[in-house]
Structures are given as C-alpha cells and as structure tokens.
Design a protein around this ligand. Structure first.
Ligand SMILES: [Zn+2]
Ligand SMILES: [Zn+2]
Length: 311
C-alpha cells in the first residue's frame, strides 16, 4: 500500500461507521433519502443534520460554482450524497453552466427558484435542456409573498403549468413549494401561502400527478408538510394514489436534525414548524399515513429509480 492508498483507506474507514450506523439502525424502520437538502458549507454540518434526523442519504442542492464543496462532502461521507445544481436562469450562460455541472456529476437541476414565469422563455430553455441531458428539474412554485415585496417564484403554476407538462413530455418535472402544494385543494386561489383546513378534492396538483407521467412531487418544507397535515382524511389515499410519484424531502435548515437553530429560514408564514426539524415532522406524518411499502417508495425507492442509482 502506497501513501496515497493508505490515506484513502484511513479516510474511508473514518467515514464508514456513520453510514453503517444509519443504515442498520435507522429509526424510521427503513433507510431514508432526503431529496431536498440545501448544501451547508462545512461537511460536518451536513452530516450533523442527516445523522440527527435519522437520514441515510441526501441530495445536495447548490447554486453556481459548488463542485469543490460537493467533492469535499462526498469525500467525508462516500455514498451518502447526490447533487443537483442551479444557476440564475436569466443569465445568458445558464445552459452552458448547468451542462458543465451535469458533466461534472450533478444529477439534476435544482432548486430552480427565480422571479420568472413558470411558462416564460428563461425556464423553457431549462426544461428543454433537462430533457436533452436526461436529468430531472426541481422547481419552486410560489405566488404568495412571505414578506412584503418578495414577489412570486416561477409564477403562474396553476394557470399555465399543464401546458408545459404537455409541451415537454420528455422532461422530468419535480414540483415543490407553496403554490404546488396549496393546489392539492380545488378551492385554492392564492389566498394564503399555506392554507389550512379541509382539502377540496380534485386540485390541479392532485390531478396532474395522476394525468402526467412526467410530473413528480417533492414533499419538503412547510408547504409539503402542511399539505399532508391539514386534512388527515385526505393524506393516506393521496400517498397511496401517487406512491410512485412522490419523494420525501426536508428543505430543513435546522442545525442538528432535532429542530435546533432555525428550521424554516426565518419564514414568518411557516411559524408552525418553528423549533422543529422539518425532516422529522414530515417523516412522522408519512409513517403514520402510509403502509410500509408506500413509505419505502416515497422515502427511498422512488428517488433511486429517478436518479437511476442502485437502492
Ligand atoms: Zn424552495
Ligand atoms: Zn432539521
């Protein structure tokens, strides 16, 4: 064994116990994959959240140049992370930068969160590119401000997105955030970021998940948790109906996987999750609202299929 091989072996051994502990001892009764995990600069901070919340693997979301940090995290915990990259879609070099990221190992685009129309030219370029590169695109849809002057993100979802799903049949879309999840209810008209109470059956998100094979849903953040929590009579059938189209994600910003620090990035509208770990809260709802088989697909199986990696 030469010096380099020796150092690699030491690094691998140091990283291994945490991975093995999580897979064998998973407190959720099965391994869990977090699709929506914003990368933290220090490798240890990423692992602290995964280990604290009982999460086995996570998908790092980054924006712009991030390859060195992604590599450092991957080296600290081999096999525990995948990676999606994002980039300002209004910039002329967006296609070039994202193509480069995919060549360097990114397995998707996301999260795409920009002040442009969901059916506008900036995102249309990305939908076409995602299909060309055979990677999914994860989009933040939001119409209602969390604070004054925020402005909408990927605006026009409920009005226009079905035409996008039809126009780009080869693109794999993953919907996320306020407007995507509020629209599980047919009576939603942008009254609130996170509507509460009974869900009126037949909302566009529920219908489109059923009608369009290229649409998937990311259950992360207060938005996903709220949609699963607001009407317990809705949740089990919804999860069963779309068991092959949904992914667990946290979008949690707490420090320790137990609600330490700030879990919802100071979003005043998401106060219901203050002091809580979003990963834990959503895994708890999923666990009590689905069979072991459905839980296993949503928290593990589906994402491995999506990214074409062995489960
Ligand atoms: Zn988001
Ligand atoms: Zn957390």
């Amino acid at each position: 064994m030469n010096r380099r091989e020796f150092l690699e072996a030491v690094a691998a051994a140091a990283a291994l116990p945490s991975f093995v502990r999580q897979t064998v001892n998973a407190e959720w009764g099965a391994p869990v994959f977090d699709l929506h995990f914003h990368m933290r600069p220090q490798p240890a901070a990423n692992l602290a959240h995964l280990d604290g919340a009982g999460v086995t693997k996570a998908n790092l979301l980054t924006r712009g140049a991030a390859l060195d940090q992604v590599k450092a995290i991957d080296a600290a915990a081999p096999g525990r992370f995948t990676w999606f990259n994002s980039y300002d879609v209004t910039k002329p070099d967006a296609e070039q930068v994202l193509t480069q990221a995919v060549k360097a190992g990114a397995q998707g685009f996301g999260e795409m969160k920009f002040h442009v129309a969901a059916d506008g030219p900036e995102l249309r370029r990305m939908y076409a590119l995602a299909a060309d590169l055979r990677v999914p695109i994860l989009i933040h849809f939001q119409e209602v401000d969390h604070f004054e002057g925020e402005g909408p993100w990927s605006a026009g979802y409920a009005r226009t997105f079905e035409s996008i799903l039809k126009t780009y049949p080869k693109t794999t879309f993953i919907g996320h955030a306020d407007a995507f999840w509020a629209n599980v209810s047919a009576d939603y008209h942008n009254e609130a970021a996170y509507p509460s109470g009974a869900i009126s059956r037949g909302g566009v998100t529920d219908r489109w998940l059923g009608d369009h094979p290229n649409l998937f849903g990311d259950l992360s953040a207060n938005s996903g948790n709220n949609a699963l929590s607001r009407d317990p009579s809705f949740t089990p059938d919804f999860l069963k109906r779309h068991q092959d189209k949904l992914f667990f994600g946290s979008d949690c910003s707490c420090t320790d996987g137990h609600g330490g620090g700030v879990s919802q990035a100071n979003n005043p509208a998401a106060a219901r999750l203050a002091g809580k770990c979003v990963a834990r809260e959503t895994l708890t709802v999923l666990k009590r609202s689905s069979s072991d088989e459905v839980f296993g697909k949503i928290t593990w199986g589906n994402v491995h299929k999506l990214l074409r990696i062995p489960a």
